[in-house]
Design a protein around this ligand. Sequence first.
Ligand SMILES: [Zn+2]
Length: 105
Amino acid sequence: MIRTILKKNDMVMVITGADKGKRGKILFVDRKRGRVIVEGVNVRKKFVRPSQDNPKGGQIELPYPINISNVMVFCDKCKKAVQLGMKIDGDTKYRICKKCGKRID
Ligand SMILES: [Zn+2]
């Protein structure tokens, strides 16, 4: 499964749904439920009570989880969303762009 090699801090692009075409960094990967939270994607307003961090309370904007299959890694060399491959080099295993071979990790 290609999707399972997505990691926190990967730059991804949304390939389907309301946020299609948006790019952001993965903030959280929930492998169990097959979901990711991506910076700036699926942002919803949430009402919060006043707290130490937010003394006035009110609305804050939070990115909500989306299905992991809705995103693909964005290759900055290809300038597009790409599939990943694995490359084994001696003892090290790393992820590459399937198109141009650029190392992603
Ligand atoms: Zn590439």
